[in-house]
Design a protein. Structure first.
Length: 148
């Protein structure tokens, strides 16, 4: 039986894939669990139209992300932290602090889009973080941790 997946299923396929499975698997598990729909001609036409619209929206989002990336790349961000006399930070610098510092510069970046090079930054210095603006647009941002 031919079906259209409505979500990713391990070892079977990804969302919106058209796959061939046994009748019992489709009728007794996938379709009742809302993990798939039957691949009728109408459903295939709807899927093709949805993919075309989604591709257009994705291209627009990617273009917006590229514009933001061009503006952010040249910026330097400083994060102030309380330190000891040896340069060690009391606590650590995390993605929340970095996101707040970037947002003060006028950009809308969520902390979940930021990945730091190490688990925690505990010393004063210059570091590089990766910011994922879109699944295809990832930029490196240098930031400096300074003593307050």
């Amino acid at each position: 039986m031919e079906i259209i997946l409505t979500q990713d299923i391990e070892r079977l396929g990804h969302k919106d894939d058209i796959v061939e499975v046994k009748n019992g698997y489709a009728r007794n598990f996938l379709i009742p669990q809302k993990k798939a729909i039957a691949a009728t001609e109408l459903a295939k036409k709807v899927l093709a139209e949805n993919k075309k619209q989604r591709a257009h929206k994705e291209a627009k989002l990617k273009d917006e992300a590229l514009v933001i990336a061009a503006k952010i790349e040249n910026k330097k961000v400083k994060i102030g932290a309380k330190t000891s006399s040896t340069g060690k930070i009391f606590g650590s610098v995390n993605t929340i602090m970095l996101a707040e510092a970037i947002n003060k510069k006028g950009f809308e970046i969520d902390r979940k889009q930021i990945s730091l090079p190490e688990d925690s930054i505990k010393e004063v210095g210059t570091y590089t973080a990766k910011i994922k603006l879109h699944k295809e647009v990832v930029i490196d941002l240098e930031f400096e941790v300074v003593a307050e």
